[in-house]
Design a protein around this ligand. Structure first.
Ligand SMILES: [Zn+2]
Length: 355
């Protein structure tokens, strides 16, 4: 080898190093970062879905009825459709009551009108001070009947309350239907979930886990049907056939344990991500409110506008909600919630039928 060739290679390394080294470092950081985000326990279900179990078929039928009532019979429900908002609250309250709960109101004033969250609870048998909270917002955005956003989430909440009504887990299980999640109340003091989270904090409550059911009813098997905030699209599936578990970096443990549990209890595709709260869409629901109060919260979602063309439109109608697939999701979530709430018989009948 000649000194000349040595010199040449040394030079090209130095010149190239100005660009290549930072690029390599960036690449390694990107891969490590994405690896950290995507490092989730268990394995997502793949392949054909098993036929619905008897319980899942019942869940499907009830979800259909709830979504039909909220988004069909009642329709657009918000402060500008106040009687519909009140009718939705009454429906939720009556459903909780019919299941044997004694629901409570959490009322407050919003633009001169009284609005309310509705709360149903199962006190924990041994550590009642520890709370697992499942929530869904029942208002719809202006101009939309809100079947998927968020009739589907409320329907899921009501079904979970039914499925778990006879359970007495170690921790307290709290179901909350939130008002005023949509604009212009999002992230404001009149956002129902923020009212609840801050009041819980003021009472010194320990909410160990908060799950926000946010738009959980739309699915598609078409390639390319799923979008993502960049750069996640390069690493996650392109079919909108899964349910997502999403949290900020501080809720990483909760995302992982909920997803692990879901994958044990449900035979349905699932993905998880624990990402910086600044990424678009990650904080866009009621779990955000619980972050503000210092609690861990995650969103269970079909990813909403990242896959659903009718998001926040007049076309977000009950026929768009896939209650059959949502029933599988809700069935799996019942197992997740029991695991989080410390149910000794974590292996529920439902979980068995889901296997
Ligand atoms: Zn919305």
């Amino acid at each position: 080898m000649s000194a000349g060739s040595n010199r040449t290679s040394g030079m090209s390394w130095r010149i190239g190093g100005g660009f290549v080294l930072p690029l390599i470092v960036c690449f390694i950081l990107l891969v490590a970062g994405v690896g950290y985000i995507m490092d989730m326990p268990g394995k997502s279900h793949s392949g054909p879905l098993a036929p619905l179990s008897g319980e899942e078929a019942r869940i499907r039928d009830r979800l259909t009825a709830h979504v039909g009532m909220l988004a069909g019979t009642i329709g657009e429900r918000n402060l500008w459709h106040y009687s519909a908002l009140a009718a939705a609250a009454e429906y939720i309250e009556q459903t909780f009551t019919g299941l044997g709960y004694r629901p409570k109101d959490e009322s407050f004033e919003s633009r001169g009108k009284t609005v309310r969250n509705i709360i149903a609870e199962i006190p924990g048998r041994s550590t009642a001070g520890e709370i697992v909270l499942v929530g869904a917002h029942y208002d719809s955005v202006r101009g939309s009947p809100g079947a998927n956003d968020n009739g589907s989430g409320v329907a899921g909440l009501l079904e979970l309350a039914r499925l778990l009504a006879d359970r007495v887990p170690r921790h307290t299980l709290r179901f909350v239907a939130f008002v005023n999640e949509e604009a212009p109340f999002s992230y404001s003091p009149e956002m129902g979930s923020l009212v609840h989270a801050l009041a819980a904090k003021a009472r010194g409550e320990h909410i160990g886990a908060m799950l926000s059911l946010e738009t959980i009813g739309f699915y598609s098997d078409r390639p390319g049907s799923q979008q993502y905030p960049s750069p996640l699209k390069y690493f996650y599936p392109d079919r909108a056939d899964f349910i997502g578990f999403v949290g900020d970096l501080g809720s990483r443990k909760l995302v992982r344990s909920a997803l692990r549990s879901f994958r044990q209890h449900a035979r349905f595709p699932s993905e998880g991500a624990s990402v910086p709260a600044s990424i678009r869409g990650v904080g866009w629901s009621d779990h955000w409110s619980f972050w503000q109060a210092g609690y861990k919260g995650i969103m269970v979602t079909d990813t909403a506008f990242f896959r659903y063309a009718h998001y926040h439109t007049a076309e977000d109608t009950p026929d768009k909600v896939d209650c059959e697939r949502t029933a599988r999701v809700v069935g799996g979530l019942a197992g997740v919630i029991l695991d989080l709430a410390g149910d000794a018989a974590g292996e529920t009948d439902l979980a068995v039928t889901n296997r």
